[in-house]
Design a protein around this ligand. Structure first.
Ligand code: GCU
Length: 598
């Protein structure tokens, strides 16, 4: 799905600003033609922390705004695009229903060419934030205690972050020509010093249409006429893309009618390759180690809302600490976050919103359908980003039978046959096949907590494992925890050879709380926990990545294991202040001890 842009053939107009919101508590209303007396809300942003008294409201909320059609757009094809609405959106324009979209964190758009007026347009969006067993991520599950730890929590999620909802990313009006470029897919290869750029495009049908491709940057300028909408450009002595040197080229795609350009789309591309070779992840043919974090899009007041200055802050913190990567836990991040990862040179494990999955009824078929929808939408949105090196099919699906999970740990990680529920294995067989069909160029992973009994790891290229030994297990005993973790990841690697990413490890830490000797929740404990775990991970050649959980503290649901409804495993606080561990991790990842070493 092409991101809207401004040039001499296309225009976009951002509808961000102050809208009105009406909370429809008993779902009484049909407000598609607008409502009176709403409260003012800033869009984009979640409503939960922004509107006083509405933190825990996850019901129906109607949003509305007015707009005029920008001058000169009439005669073009006109669309409205939502970059993210969580959880379910229904949209009307001037009282006419445009459609709906289920699932937050991924974009959707409707054509409004024949419905939009020159003036006084009323856009109405009904947002439904409810948790449910037949939604992904799921919630409101009976008998949850045998699916996930933590037992009762409020709101009743099966995942460990607050279910913020609302219009959380920009709403964009945009126009394109009657005959336009509708899709671009870029795949890059490297041959010696040359970069090979394969471009495939789709465009609206029409007589005497052709395509032309131009690549500019780093002293190169190459043009090629398209054949059936496709083209190959070879850049001799190309500047390759990598975290150390994120060199981008500008690709321009033109749609020509009888040789005259009628549409034009430009995008930044990076010439790089990503491949699995035995136990190694190869970027541009060279082994890489991912150093970084699992994160969240989360901040006071805006909730999960887009905050450009925070994006800049977080990249600055990750650069300062020596990270080269992150995982978009547990949902796709904003287009702005992805564009900056390309520009600044961060490797991204791009994860769908499939978190907290379980494989019992009710709702199983619907949850599987949504997981497949999300993979399609995610790959369609992010397929051209050089920063994306792995697709993550899900985070911590509860795939094993409870008895298998209980037996696994007590029998020293012995593999128990048929430990995964058949429904889980089938679901991930299909999801992996779908991801490969949609994008055969990138390896895929599944982030699991089940350990060596995770049968669905047979379908992926890279193993991603979450485990908190020294925290949830071997609590208070860091050395014992690290030792058991070393044994466990050896057992996993024996059963599932290939690159291994420790995708989550961490310890809750109350900023300013100290203890000597270190004890749980103190800054000293987090520092020792991370240092010793990292040292062990560094000793294993098949460990291709270490992602600390989490970059920053973040908001969760309420429960006895989440003080103040926060997860405190950040090495920075929620307002981005460093804890003691941040300095130690910086030293471990960069070798720099203090500021004066640059
Ligand atoms: C899990 C999960 C995270 C969660 C973390 C924790 O591994 O993936 O979403 O926040 O554990 O318990 O801190």
């Amino acid at each position: 799905m092409l991101y809207p842009q401004n040039n001499h053939t296309r225009q976009m107009h951002d509808l961000s600003g102050f809208w009105q919101i009406h909370f429809d508590e008993d779902n009484s209303g049909a407000f598609e033609s607008g409502f009176e007396g709403g409260e003012i809300i800033a869009v984009p942003a979640s409503w939960n922390d922004q509107i006083v008294g509405r933190r825990d409201y996850l019901g129906i909320a109607w949003h509305q705004t007015q707009f005029a059609l920008p001058w000169g757009w009439r005669g073009q094809r006109i669309f409205i695009r939502f970059n993210s609405v969580n959880y379910l959106a229904e949209v009307w324009l001037n009282g006419l229903r445009l459609g709906e979209h289920e699932g937050g964190h991924l974009p959707f758009a409707f054509e409004i060419t024949n419905h939009v007026r020159d003036q006084d347009n009323l856009l109405v969006v009904r947002v439904d934030g409810a948790l449910s067993v037949d939604r992904v991520p799921p919630g409101q599950i009976a008998g949850k205690e045998n699916i996930t730890f933590g037992g009762a929590n409020f709101p009743d999620t099966t995942f460990d972050f607050f279910p913020f909802c609302g219009i959380q990313r920009p709403v964009l009006l945009y126009c394109i020509p009657q005959q336009a470029i509708t899709d671009v897919t870029v795949v890059t290869e490297i041959e010696g010093a040359a970069g090979i750029v394969n471009v495939k495009t789709a465009h609206t049908p029409g007589e005497s249409l052709s395509t032309r491709f131009t690549i500019e940057g780093h002293g190169a300028f190459q043009t090629a006429e398209g054949v059936d909408g496709g083209g190959i450009l070879i850049i001799p002595n190309a500047a390759f893309w990598s975290p150390g040197s994120p060199r981008l080229y500008q690709l321009t795609v033109e749609l020509l009618r009888e040789g005259v350009p009628v549409d034009r789309y430009t995008l930044d591309i990076g010439i790089r390759t990503i491949k699995v070779d035995g136990d190694r992840l190869l970027l541009n043919g060279e082994p890489i180690k991912l150093l970084g974090f699992g994160r969240h899009e989360d901040f006071p007041v805006v909730g999960r809302g887009l905050l450009p200055a925070l994006i800049i802050k977080d990249y600055g913190l990750m650069y300062w600490i020596g990270a080269n990567s992150f995982r978009t836990a547990h949902y796709p991040y904003s287009e702005q976050m992805m564009q900056l990862a390309d520009q600044l040179g961060f490797l991204v494990i791009d994860e769908t919103p499939a978190v907290g999955l379980f494989f019992q009824e009710p709702g199983l078929a619907r949850r599987n359908e949504l997981c497949q929808q999300y993979i399609r939408e995610l790959i369609d949105r992010d397929k051209n980003h050089p920063c994306v090196i792995l697709w993550s099919l899900a985070n911590e699906p509860h795939t094993s039978t409870p008895e298998a999970r209980r037996a696994y740990d007590s029998r020293d990680f012995e593999v128990i046959a048929h430990s995964s529920q058949p429904a889980a294995v089938e679901a991930f067989r299909e999801l992996a096949a779908l991801a490969r069909a949609l994008d055969p160029t990138r390896p895929i992973t599944l982030v699991s907590w089940e350990g060596a009994v995770e049968e669905s790891w047979q379908f992926v290229d890279v193993i991603s494992f979450n485990r908190y030994r020294g925290w949830y297990q071997q609590s208070g005993r860091i050395d014992a925890g690290v030792q058991r973790l070393a044994q466990e990841i050896d057992a996993i690697h024996t059963r599932f050879p290939g690159p291994f990413i420790m995708s989550e490890f961490g310890a809750d830490t109350i900023p300013g709380h100290h203890a000597d000797p270190p004890e749980m929740f103190s800054e000293e404990y987090q520092t020792e926990f991370l240092s010793k775990t990292i040292a062990m991970l560094n000793s294993k050649p098949f460990v291709a990545g270490q992602h600390i959980w989490n970059l920053c503290d973040f908001k969760t649901s309420q429960g006895v294991i989440r003080m103040g409804a926060y997860n405190y495993k950040g090495i920075f606080t929620r307002d981005r202040r460093p804890k003691m561990a941040a300095y130690r991790v910086r030293q471990l990842w960069t070798g720099r001890e203090t500021e004066d070493e640059g």
